[in-house]
Design a protein around this ligand. Sequence first.
Ligand SMILES: [Fe+2]
Length: 150
Amino acid sequence: MHNVLEWTDELSVGNKKIDEQHKDIIRTVNVLFDSMVTSVGSKKTLKCIHDLDNYIKNHFSYEEDYLHKYNYPKAKEHIKGQVIFLKEYKKLREKCPDEKSLNDPDTLIDITLGLNNFLVPWVRDHIIKEITEFSAFWKEVAIKEKKAHK
Ligand SMILES: [Fe+2]
């Protein structure tokens, strides 16, 4: 399988749970692309898209909860970025509401290109941004959470 994104230890933001969520997103994006290239319009492709919907939704709300809980100074700005992303993602998602839509070769190419041009760089940038902007914050969160559970 050819991976469009690769997880390495350098992508760690210093918070285990966040890293696991990022890994899930990367893994799903890779499987999604593989399924699109190898099995046109399959159930697997649609399942990947649904998984991705859930992972993104859960990850955003998980991050948001913590940004608010620990008063991250740029929380508003970060959430604004997520809203812009979701708008673009929604546009792309509307093109593939069901398995049938993925059986149309033109739609499939359209979605594959859209995901490649938009989703892959976004995931990469999202993680890198978190490393540069948030790693101190996520480390702090991990310490506070550990203390709270003692
Ligand atoms: Fe993230």
